[in-house]
Design a protein. Sequence first.
Length: 186
Amino acid sequence: MKFTITLAALTVFVSSAAVAGPGTQQFGPFVLVTTDGGSCGNSWANDTFERRYTVVSNGGGNFTVREQDHGSFVTNAGQSPGACETAPHHGSFVGAGIAGNIEGSAVFTVNSATYNPDGCAANASVCSTRAGFVTAVFGPAAVGTITFTAFNFEYSSSDQSLAYHHWQDKSDQAVNDKFEGDIANQ
């Protein structure tokens, strides 16, 4: 997205990507509306959040991407997000219409000979998804080079009908899903 600001005879173009230091560039925010999967593979909520990316060039076509998400969710009736956890402190069912907040982050690397810092300018909505962002900025072949190093998504709700108010989907040391807690009525 580009903005034009006109001050008398001076015109300044501002891009949606901003430089944040040597070899670092920031992108976003991009709004994403999506369903959210639980530990059983079910769609337990609808999410709406803003996503931002920070790209750091490591040299040699290797980039570290830090993704930050901030937003909200509204539950669907059915299995709770933590229903299939093996650890204690989770429920099994969540009712429809329970609202809460999401805070999330992911860190991954991308290898690509292509880097287009204006890749999101033509169609910013494409960059709301991780694959869309990587395709727009690093090229379609780069999607297959994504390697996660960490992720952490936390969900919380103060809804008084809940028995469990906090669920976390984070990476373990092998960067696999590790679920803790739940958003559940029972």
